[in-house]
Write a protein of this length. Structure first.
Length: 268
């Protein structure tokens, strides 16, 4: 059952059900803590290193890291942060000129570009935090691109901290096996499991709880949505999208009832 409310409440409900980064991520307290600790240890502590973050779409990887970067903005002020979405690079080797551009280095080609970046990342200067979203887009023949990036964190005098995000749980085992032979070892791993029914219900309730007045969607409806989504994917974005569309349907129904409501005194 959905009680009618002023038109603005539907607009507010749709607004709070957006997929933008919220002030706090429900159900990701553990992962948030690990990300914060990693950045403090390596960026603030000036210790080069790498972290591989895995998890299916909609499990909060990018949102969680974005939230941590915002919350740690002051702590990271003395370092350089570069965030790249590898999906937008065109080719795996496109990561090198893109990184060079962000670091203010001259554009070069092939091995010359890689040598220039390597020299820069092992020279004196602030720590460089490189975040690579959709990291699996950098897989290539021989995995030379991925190996180059991760091995930069293991060079003497390196000031690179690398955080890679991708869907696959086994990318490092499958594509970066030889990193394990290095004393520094393979990247540290952080996996985001699918959201549970309870976590999805809390996310939806917290978002819609920001709308004043009577609930726009009742608790039973939210639990039903959470149960269905958790059984298939545990994708929070999908749950938010379903509820947003449900609000749009309700809004149209209520608007239609208002338009058809007879005028006082039976006037036409």
């Amino acid at each position: 059952s959905v009680p009618p409310c002023a038109g603005t409440c539907y607009q507010q409900a749709k607004q709070v059900l957006h997929v933008a980064v919220p002030d706090r991520l429900q159900g990701r307290e553990r992962e948030t803590g690990i990300l914060q600790q990693f950045l403090r240890e390596h960026v603030q502590g000036r210790r080069p290193g790498s972290l591989y973050v895995s998890g299916a779409p909609g499990t909060g990887k990018t949102a969680c890291l974005s939230r941590v970067l915002l919350d740690c903005k002051d702590e990271l002020a003395r370092s350089r942060t570069v965030v790249l979405n590898c999906m937008a690079l065109g080719s795996p080797h496109g990561v090198f000129p893109a990184l060079a551009q962000h670091l203010g280095l001259p554009t070069a080609t092939g091995r010359e570009q890689i040598r220039s970046l390597e020299k820069h990342l092992t020279a004196q200067g602030p720590m460089v935090l490189l975040v690579l979203d959709e990291l699996d887009q950098l897989e290539s023949k021989g995995q030379d691109v991925l190996y180059t990036l991760f091995e930069w964190t293991q060079l003497p005098s390196s000031r690179l901290v690398l955080v890679g995000l991708a869907n696959a749980l086994d990318l490092t085992d499958r594509s970066l096996a030889r990193l394990g032979a290095h004393p520094a070892g393979s990247p540290r791993l952080l996996h985001f499991p699918p959201y549970t029914k309870e976590q999805l219900t809390h996310i939806l309730q917290e978002r819609l709880g920001q709308v004043a007045g009577d609930p726009v969607l009742d608790t039973a409806a939210l639990q039903f949505c959470a149960r269905k989504v958790s059984a298939v994917s545990g994708d929070a974005r999908k749950a938010l999208d379903i509820c947003r569309r449900a609000v749009e349907v309700v809004e149209l129904e209520v608007r239609g009832q208002t338009l058809l409501k007879p005028l006082p005194g039976g006037e036409l």
